[in-house]
Ligand binder design. Structure first.
Ligand code: SF4
Length: 524
């Protein structure tokens, strides 16, 4: 009768973190073979099996004995902590079998039962540091040449992986972790978060949150796993968190904002995707990392913090009243946007830019230098003024500029537009905006709750006429503040006005047209 090898990863060590299959596999086996400490950890789950436990460096003899016993017809459980396939016994068992010419069809049956590896258990105790590409590197140079380990650290550091260092230190191996830190500091900020987790989910568990620069000032030992963040990893309230990357979109007022669901997976949101990379910088980094692994290039690189490219979104216009661009401004736009960015003329007489950049502040400085008025993009307030008959009807321009200075770019529950027109012609359509302001006979008319788009688009409700110029800015400010404070997320201003019925003392009246849909002549 053929036996069976059950190669079991039993996770970090606590019973709650052992999988159901690992438990049943232990119980259905005739014999347990493992390192003494590991056998002690699972002894409570056994029901009288024969136990063969050996010392730490006797993995090969354990694997050989397990194969021998299975060939005698026994069900043999070979145990590893963590995952049996990650620095565990699975590979070694297969190596022994291969050596003997074993075949799956004819030889003893083998089942590898996965468990929670240290990178996962330690990450869960630290927060969420492994949310992006990550790797594990064992610093044990007993079976692997140090020169190869060194190259792997160098490549992983350069490629911005989150790194879990296994076997970082022991009584005799003390230099390896120091060397690893030295290599990592060439590529990562000294402030990079580092988590040290000892005996995760076991009795003597300890967790230390530190930085790459400071990590050697803490206890690191055989039972420690060292988790090193990538260039985006941060600490928040003692939690180590690596963002997944979706936040890489910046706008002027909101330094970081997540991509909305409909924006994700679009080409313009992913200028770094392989199909879209027109320069070779990312490829060059990958090639260099590969060369390091292959040992063709051992050049020492100076410390570089990997810059994070983001899409910087901003809207620009020549001014509140001015609608004329200068040649210099157009040339600057072309240079900043380049081949990889985009610019779009909007209904608000702005140009919306999307610029892949590692330095949004520099983009802002260059745009301001040529006299652009900058405004954020998103759920913010936009002032949409007319051109005041190319500046001839200029009396109300200072009030438009005051509103822009005070409210332009303010974050709100939903995007909001203030239309501002310099005479009763209102030819730039102010009355259709969320808030409409029309200067007429030396005073202002105020419209609230216009709806520019949709089948029931309509003008705003005229709520006041003849508002004194001294009062208009304050009054509009109060209306906007009330909306900011009481509006629901994503609630447009016209819906807000309809819901609350009264804004700053102005009563809501339904001015939306009631639609009567005529039947088509054919009757359908
Ligand atoms: S709204 Fe009046 S001031 Fe403004 S552009 Fe039209 S006509 Fe000129």
């Amino acid at each position: 009768m053929k036996g069976k090898l059950l190669v079991i990863g039993f996770g970090p060590g606590s019973e709650e973190h052992i999988t159901k299959r690992a438990r049943t596999a232990l119980q259905e086996s005739d014999m347990i073979i493992g390192y003494k400490t590991y056998v002690d950890l699972i002894e409570g789950l056994l029901n009288g099996q024969e136990i063969i436990s050996t010392g730490m460096t006797e993995e090969v003899s354990r694997a050989q004995e397990a194969v021998r016993q299975a060939e005698l017809g026994k069900k043999v459980a070979v145990i590893s902590s963590g995952d049996a396939g990650v620095y565990g016994m699975a590979g070694l068992v297969y190596e022994v079998l291969v050596e003997k010419g074993w075949k799956q069809d004819t030889g003893v049956e083998v089942e590898v039962i996965p468990g929670i590896s240290a990178i996962n258990s330690c990450a869960s105790l630290l927060g969420a540091p492994v949310m992006h590409d990550a790797c594990t590197i064992s610093l044990s140079d007993h079976l692997t040449p140090w020169s190869l380990i060194e190259q792997r650290i160098e490549a992983a550091a350069q490629a911005d992986f989150v790194i879990a260092l296994y076997n970082p230190m022991s009584g005799r191996r003390t230099r390896q972790i120091v060397e690893a830190q030295r290599i990592l500091l060439k590529y990562r900020s000294p402030e990079t978060p580092v988590g040290l987790v000892k005996s995760a989910y076991r009795d003597r568990q300890s967790i230390t949150r530190t930085t790459l620069e400071d990590m050697m000032n803490h206890e690191i030992g055989m039972l420690t796993t060292v988790l090193i963040g990538n260039s985006s990893t941060f600490y928040y309230d003692d939690l180590m968190i690596t963002p997944r990357g979706y936040q890489r979109k910046y706008t002027l007022s909101q330094k970081e904002q997540p991509l909305k669901p409909h924006q994700r997976l679009k080409k313009e949101a992913e200028p770094w995707a392989l199909e879209q990379v027109t320069n070779t910088s990312s490829r060059a980094i990958a090639d260099e990392a590969l060369q390091l692994i292959l040992g063709e290039n051992t050049k020492q690189t100076e410390y570089i913090q990997q810059p994070i490219q983001s899409i910087f979104e901003v809207s620009v216009s020549p001014g509140v009243a001015n609608k004329k661009f200068t040649p210099k401004q157009m040339m600057t736009l072309a240079e900043i946007v380049g081949e990889d960015g985009s610019m779009e003329y909007t209904q608000d007489h702005h140009i919306k830019l999307q610029v892949p950049t590692t330095n949004p502040d520099q983009v802002v400085a260059e745009l301001e230098k040529v006299g652009f008025l900058l405004a954020p993009v998103g759920d913010v307030l936009t002032l949409k003024a007319c051109d005041f008959c190319e500046g001839e009807k200029k009396d109300s321009i200072p009030y438009a500029e005051s509103l822009q200075a005070r409210l332009g770019g303010m974050e709100l529950p939903k995007e909001m537009k203030i239309g501002f027109n310099g005479c009763g012609m209102a030819c730039f359509g102010a009355v259709r905006e969320d808030i409409g302001i029309v200067f007429r006979k030396g005073a202002f008319d105020l419209f609230l709750g216009g709806k520019t788009i949709g089948r029931n688009a309509h003008s705003g409700q005229i709520v006041a006429e003849g508002i004194s110029p001294d009062e208009i800015v304050e009054l509009v400010d109060r209306i906007v503040q009330e909306y900011k404070e009481k509006g629901h997320p994503n609630e447009r201003f016209h819906k807000f006005f309809k819901r609350v019925k009264n804004v700053c003392g102005f009563e809501f009246q339904d001015v939306s047209p009631s639609l009567k849909i005529e039947l088509a002549p054919c009757g359908d």
